[in-house]
Design a protein around this ligand. Structure first.
Ligand code: TYD
Ligand code: MG
Length: 457
């Protein structure tokens, strides 16, 4: 076979190319993802290679680089600004991923409508017709007098039109529908997504346009090549929601201009996405009477404290292997903590099934949940409810020590805001100045926990 005709194998997840087929992609480790492509269709072979994304190239010293403070501009949606790291940066490229139907188009049309009065914005739709976009915007009552729209999927034509109309903010909804004439495979394939995104990113960097790319990608990356895009863009935002819940969260998983793991919370309503500027308490279930096995903890998502309820059910086990089940918390950590509890307080649960759960489908991945988890388990074991005005947080070490967690005062402040009046926390997190309306019980060893709990109940 002539050299140019030799087949190569491209990974559908990451776009890497291999000369031989294999069951697993050597680059990203994905199984069964290699597909046969002709080099001329592979998207990078015969196609002209443009220069880098970031403009003219010449070698300079790092100290000589002009520091231009990245200009930020509010999108008009505070929760979106928060995950972007404090507003939209000019010339930055943001990938907004998420399941179909979660609200990506709704969010961006709302943000564009709010932005357009301050800077020319262009919303390009490849999925819905202009009528559909207009109907939604009208129904939501958005101020869209100046918002420009375009229904187009050819990336070369998009860029040509943008060079003329010079928008400062550009939305591509979605990148999977866009295609480049330079690549002959179908829209939505890895090579198309990569080539179209590369051209758009280059255009954004050269022209200083802020660019939003919408991608129908789940976290597992089931659709064409999210990983291909992740390294090309400055910021990766994922839209998440619990099945059946009307709450939506946007999480920054990569951000060159701000902190990651920042969370923006919205509720999907009849009138579009509404910001939940104070999400702290939406995950609490308020019991009319205190119940055994329930403790409220203050966790942190990004830079923001969040009140969540940790529940435990401890019940006599009827099998030889008592069960340890954790939902929203780390299962191994649960086993470890129960061992520490036994060793240092003598409370044994080896003949008990222990189930723990974080209410509202939240996942708590930080160690601040150690202390509340053990308190919930103890409370359930003894059938003694803890008072409803109590919060707790703290890490527990193997030596039975109760260790501080970061931002203790922030957490306590949040608890006070929501009417909590008592707290059991690590000694090192006890605020130096007492907080009005809050009684803090500080412990530094786990063996002080049972006493601290009897003191409050
Ligand atoms: P959409 O933004 O089209 O999702 P995506 O672009 O991520 O695919 O959101 C569509 C869903 O949101 C749809 O199931 C209906 C719901 N929705 C509302 O509940 N209220 C509204 O005001 C709007 C515009 C959509
Ligand atoms: Mg959409």
């Amino acid at each position: 076979m002539a050299k140019a005709d030799r087949l190569i194998y491209a990974c559908t997840a990451c776009g890497a190319q291999h000369s031989k087929w294999a069951g697993q992609c050597g680059d990203c480790g994905e199984w069964n993802s290699l597909q046969e492509v002709r080099p001329s269709l592979a998207g990078n072979a015969a196609v002209k290679r443009p220069t880098g994304y970031a403009g003219e190239s010449s070698i300079t010293k790092l100290v000589d680089v002009d520091l231009v403070e990245n200009e930020r501009c509010s999108t008009g949606v505070t929760e979106l600004d928060r995950v972007l790291g404090g507003g939209l940066v000019t010339g930055s490229v943001v990938l907004l991923g998420g399941d179909p139907g979660i609200g990506k188009s709704t969010l961006l049309i709302q943000a564009m409508a709010a932005l357009t009065a301050r800077m020319p914005s262009l919303y390009i739709t490849g999925e819905e017709s202009l009528q559909q976009v207009a109907m939604r915007a009208k129904r939501l009552g958005l101020p869209i007098d100046d918002l420009q729209v375009l229904a187009e999927t050819c990336v070369e034509r998009i860029i040509d039109l943008c060079r003329i109309s010079k928008p400062k903010v550009l939305v591509i909804d979605s990148i999977q529908t866009v295609f480049s004439e330079a690549v002959s495979s179908a829209p939505g394939t890895v090579s198309q997504v990569r080539e179209s995104a590369a051209q758009l990113v280059r255009f954004a960097k050269q022209s200083g346009t802020a660019l939003f790319l919408v991608g129908h990608v789940t976290k597992e990356g089931t659709l064409a090549g999210p990983r291909v895009l992740e390294h090309m863009v400055d910021t990766v935002l994922y839209f998440e929601s619990e099945a059946g819940s009307r709450y939506r969260a946007i999480r920054a998983v990569k951000n060159r201009f701000g902190a990651v793991n920042e969370l923006g919370v919205f509720a999907m309503t009849e009138e579009g996405l509404k910001q939940v500027s104070n999400p702290s308490a939406i995950f609490l279930s308020r019991h009319s009477e205190p119940v055994p096995g329930s403790v409220v903890m203050v966790t942190r998502e990004g830079s923001r404290p969040l009140l969540v309820e940790v529940q435990a059910l401890v019940d006599e086990s009827h099998s030889g292997h008592p069960r340890r089940v954790a939902v929203g918390l780390d299962q191994n950590r649960l086993t470890l903590l129960l061992a520490v509890l036994h060793k240092h307080t003598g409370v044994a649960m080896h003949d008990q099934d222990v189930f723990v759960n974080v209410v509202g489908g939240v996942r708590v991945s930080e160690t601040a949940s150690d202390l509340p988890l053990l308190m919930a388990a103890l409370s359930s074991l003894r059938e003694r409810p803890l008072p409803g005005d109590l919060i707790a947080f703290g890490e527990v070490g193997l030596a039975g020590e109760v260790r501080p967690v970061q931002a203790g005062e922030d957490r306590l402040g949040e608890a006070v805001k929501h009417g909590f009046t008592r707290a059991i926390v690590p000694t090192a997190n006890k605020p130096r100045k007492s907080i009005n309306g809050l009684t803090v019980i500080a412990i530094d060893r786990l063996d002080q926990l049972p006493d601290a709990m009897s003191e409050v109940s």
